[in-house]
Design a protein around this ligand. Sequence first.
Ligand code: 13P
Length: 399
Amino acid sequence: MALVNTRDLLCHAYDNHYAVGAFEVVNLEFLRAVIYAAEQARSPVILNVVEPHFDMFDAELLMPAVLAAAKRSSVPVAVSMDHCESVASVQSAIRLGCNVVMFDSSHEELPRNIERTREAVKLAHGCGVPVEGELGHVAGMSPRDGEGNQPVQTSASEAKVYVERSGVDFLAISIGTVHGQANGKKRLDYSRLSRINESVGIPLVIHGGTGLSDQQYHKLIDNGVAKINYFTALADKFVTTLGKNVLQKEVAYRGLMAGSHEAMVTEVSRVMQAWRSAGRAAEVLIQCGMWNNVEHVVVYDSDETDPAVIQIMLRKGQQKLVTIPGVLDVRIGRAKDDTSRYRYCWLVRLAHEEVIEVCKSHPTYMEYMKNDFSPVAGQVITNDYEILDEHELMRQMRT
Ligand code: 13P
């Protein structure tokens, strides 16, 4: 698995003056093209799923494919949920497997933005997941933008206060970009960018990455931008190719799609070169920590003779434990061999090792253990196992 710790990844980009692309993925075509291009360019990449676009796809169906692509990839990958609007959506993004979240409260006044973002940071950090916050407002993403919600440029002095008080790891800033194609050239305020960078000293993020020149990208990166979000240009390549095929009177699926994969791959590769992330995969894999899930394993037996009592205890556990932040999945098992000393097990998949303590000290966990599990279970063995991928195994063998 080449899922890497996103904090390590973006700090590496920030320190080494390149930017990692966060390419929005709305279907399998986009996913396949972005991963293929990243592997060809040997570039780290962020696969970005965008909450305000949930009307375009089923996130519960798309996310397993995104994670599968990340895990089998030979280049470092992070999986992000973009523009989470509530703490509940941050929790569900983590449960879906994201290892970085963007929390967007940028339409609120500074104190309220800080307060809401701090809550999201508390939950995400408890799960080991870093958070990107936004200060100022990049227009064109929120449905509110249609109702006169104008872009607001980020103030450097407010940025310092926002970062210190909210605890965000990365800061999305507004210095002249908008989401999507702009009318005319996007004009960027580099002196504002440089002041923000000096005042916060953490990786900066540009939303609305479409439609900038290479020179503009370079100036952004030279002034602290370590992540660039990208969608519209990619979508335009896809749709334009399909449009051309329609004009050629292609109506069958294969003919209609012809060339669309290549068009997207070319575009992703082009910006990976411009953002200087191309060719960085190997050093990132060596220098950045991996993102490994943990399996909390409980094997136990019970003297209870009424199967209904055990059933109720198991059902309750499945329903309750999965509501704890950072718990990805709760499975129960029964030994095939009925004479086994430990006939039952729980397999509780946790997002990251930091969730172990959060989970065990969570009131839901403690109440369940005390009131439901312990009265029924007899002998119990528990252990937490880090799920090791190929890269982690190689790394551990080297050290
Ligand atoms: P563009 O659509 O302008 O590339 O911006 C994408 C974005 O910022 C998603 O958050």
